[in-house]
Write a protein of this length. Structure first.
Length: 256
């Protein structure tokens, strides 16, 4: 039985190292190494809803050499303190956290995911929503205009997570729930935004195709060897960097 998550789908869309995906996300022989941004996100989720996905928790962030908190750390802590106040602005009440979803897609494939929250809230357009999927995010700035997490232009981002989580929840319960991102930042003037992702029929069709492409890639590598794809970005946080024969610190030449 093959198991596919939204994380695995998105990894296969990128310039990926096959061995890294196999060892970390399929066989789970190693845990992925979080970046400082990921650590901040896990820390924030731990403080506001008890833990991150899969029970991961971070109760402290690295301190500066003089033993004090960095400016970013202090801003994250402010968002933690203001979290309940922010929920209150939208009459949001958290109903459940870390809801695990598992669905048998076919005889050979299982889909899985973990919801941050189920919550009730008030939507300016929909009115009172009795239950919704709410995913909590932390970012350096909600006005970021580039990269994978360009929250200033959320319509340009990859929303596999939103589409897959609503799909999984509907398959398991029969309920069609709206999906919201609740995004906090730790910019010099910390702020937040709430975004409802509307799920279209095209989104659902693209998810189905992404699931099948992901399985095809797994089957391809099983037949043809997993192999390596060394690069600075692929190797810098790899937990196998001490033993991997292809590990590199070299950055690729950029052509302009």
């Amino acid at each position: 039985m093959y198991k596919i998550s939204q994380t695995l789908i998105k990894l296969f869309k990128q310039d990926y190292c096959p061995t890294y995906i196999k060892e970390v996300y399929i066989d789970k022989n190693y845990a992925s190494k979080p970046s400082i941004a990921m650590l901040r996100g896990l820390y924030f989720e731990t403080q506001v809803i008890g833990s991150g996905a899969h029970g991961q928790s971070v109760n402290n962030l690295p301190l500066l050499k003089n033993g004090t908190k960095s400016a970013s750390h202090q801003r994250v802590d402010k968002q933690v303190r203001d979290f309940q106040k922010t929920l209150g602005l939208h009459n949001m009440v958290i109903l459940d956290t870390q809801t695990v979803l598992t669905y048998k897609f076919d005889d050979n494939l299982e889909l899985n995911g973990t919801l941050d929250c189920l919550a009730s809230l008030h939507d300016d357009v929909l009115g009172d929503v009795d239950k919704a999927i709410v995913d909590i995010k932390l970012t350096s700035s909600i006005y970021k205009e580039f990269g994978d997490w360009s929250w200033h232009f959320p319509h340009n981002m990859d929303h596999t997570q939103a589409v897959m989580y609503t799909y999984l929840y509907e398959q398991m319960t029969g309920e069609q729930l709206p999906f919201y991102y609740l995004v906090f930042d730790y910019a010099p003037n910390p702020s937040y935004k709430i975004i409802r992702k509307e799920i279209t029929n095209m989104d659902k069709a693209e998810l189905d195709e992404s699931i099948r492409r992901t399985l095809d890639k797994i089957l391809y590598h099983e037949k043809n060897d997993w192999g390596y794809n060394p690069s600075y970005s692929n190797c810098k946080l790899c937990p196998m960097n001490q033993t991997c024969p292809e590990y590199t610190k070299a950055k690729k030449v950029e052509v302009i």
